[in-house]
Design a protein around this ligand. Structure first.
Ligand SMILES: N[C@@H](CCOP(=O)(O)O)C(=O)O
Length: 462
């Protein structure tokens, strides 16, 4: 299995190389050259299987000979052993034909753990045999950073630098990132928003001298392995509702488009997904684009669902690549236009292709709070604000096909928003009960690229 760039001008890589690389050298994102499909019988056989068994079947065709079957099974088992729920991703019913996929039972209480815990294992296995050392830099609006720190803390061949927007993540999210005592963890609070952090990260990848010197690796969803690991829970949940004999739809609270793009891959692999519904908060670039055909960046508006406070939605580029008939040059052209003007218009053909799979909705701050309150009253489920955005949008798209809304984080990560909506302050699980007593360690940075690179060079000794 070879991996190709969405911009068509970077070397083809193996799975292992793509995983350790992150962003392609032409600025694009890696994707498999073709998506393998699973047969009806293979999907049907998943009924009743463990999450780990399904994970092996779904991911194996993508990893080639990077790991033997036995190694890969062991790595999967180790990745999910620390989850707080035996089902890993349990499905709850909210209402007739509406289900909630709880993705917050991992160590940092967000869906990011599903991929990050696995790629932590894959990186260790790969670097262990090559003896190489890498510098991971990640940009986060709150959840990716803590999940990455948890997955890579304490490893001797990895340094982890996490850039988060100063003052724009919840206090729990911040403390999850700043209280890791391990010497290889560096939490950096950047003046700006998530797009500032993600822009700095991409600039570092595009500075080849720096990139090669520190052996830069990315664990944001620009990394294909992140997306791949998230494909699994689309299968596990759909199968438990009767797939492949029955269609399902998904609603996904979306910021960087990685999670919903994983659903798109599941659909390409043969999972009978009718619609993928993009749910956005007031940072609604994806909803505006699907509705009008214009992808137009705007200022990031801070919200009570901060993990989705994103305007430049990286993985949308992967969907565009397919929508433009896998023409890397066409994608490169619209991405150049985005960089120079802050906007581009999706061609009619590409827009039609996107609309065949995706639909969308946008939720205001007041509607998000109302959704937390109503879901608690009607279904006894306490949602985080991101999951509440998903649920509110899903309600407008319910029909004959069962709808699964992804619950992306635990409500205790956003206690202020949840308490304001319901009067209930959700408690952290006992293993995190001392989070507010732990000492914080953080470096404040401006959005200056040179200063950031100098800090990384100094701390890694590269
Ligand atoms: N919502 C994310 C933003 C980064 O997204 P990623 O999926 O590309 O890592 C966060 O919480 O950090």
């Amino acid at each position: 299995m070879k991996y190709i760039s969405t911009r068509g001008a970077a070397p083809e890589l193996s799975f292992e190389q793509a995983m350790l690389t992150g962003l392609a050298r032409d600025g694009g994102l890696y994707l498999p050259e073709s998506v393998p499909s699973l047969s009806h019988a293979q999907i049907a056989a998943m009924a009743g299987q463990s999450y780990e068994e399904i994970a092996f079947t779904v991911m194996k065709p993508f990893i080639g000979d990077t790991f033997t079957d036995a190694e890969f099974k062991t790595l999967i088992a180790q990745a999910y052993a620390g989850f707080g729920h035996d089902a890993r991703a349990p499905l709850k019913q909210l209402a007739p034909n509406h289900f909630l996929l709880e993705l917050f039972h991992g160590p940092t209480l967000a869906f990011k753990d599903f991929a990050m815990q696995l790629i932590g294992q894959l990186f260790q296995a790969s670097l262990g045999r090559s003896g190489e050392r890498v510098t991971i830099v990640g940009a986060t609006s709150g959840d990716t950073g803590s999940a990455a720190i948890e997955a890579f803390r304490g490893l001797s061949n990895v340094d982890v630098f996490i850039l988060f927007p100063h003052g724009r993540v919840s206090e729990v999210q911040r403390r999850q990132m700043t209280t890791a005592a391990d010497a290889n963890v560096h939490a950096l609070a950047v003046d700006g928003d998530f797009d500032t952090c993600q822009g700095l990260l991409k600039d570092m990848f595009n500075d080849f001298e720096f990139r090669d010197r520190v052996r830069l690796a990315g664990v944001n969803s620009i990394n294909w392995a992140r997306v791949l690991a998230q494909v699994v829970y689309y299968f596990s949940s759909a199968v438990s509702l009767g797939a492949p004999h029955r269609k399902v739809s998904f609603t996904v609270p979306t910021g960087n488009f990685g999670d919903i793009f994983a659903g798109y891959i599941a659909r390409q692999m043969g999972l009978p997904i009718e619609k993928l519904v993009i749910a956005t908060n007031q940072n609604d670039i994806l909803h505006r684009c699907l509705t009008t055909g214009v992808y137009q960046t705007d200022k990031v508006h801070p919200s009570i669902s901060p993990s989705m406070d994103i305007q430049v939605s990286s993985n949308f580029e992967r969907a565009l690549f397919d929508a433009y008939g896998r023409e890397g040059a066409a994608v490169a052209q619209v991405m150049d236009e985005l960089k120079s003007t802050g906007a581009f218009t999706v061609s009619q053909g590409a827009l039609q292709a996107l609309r065949e799979v995706f639909t969308s909705g946008r939720v205001s701050e007041a509607e998000t709070s109302a959704s937390i309150k109503t879901t608690l009253a009607q279904s006894a489920e306490l949602l985080c604000p991101h999951s509440a955005v998903g649920t509110a949008v899903a309600v407008d798209h319910l029909g004959a096909t069962p709808m699964i809304t992804l619950a992306t984080a635990h409500p205790a990560k956003f206690p202020d928003a949840v308490e304001a909506a319901t009067g209930i302050r959700p408690a952290l699980p006992p293993r995190m009960a001392d989070l507010f007593e732990r000492e914080e360690r953080v470096t404040r940075m401006t959005g200056d690229l040179a200063a950031l690179q100098a800090l990384i060079l100094e701390r890694t000794g590269a």
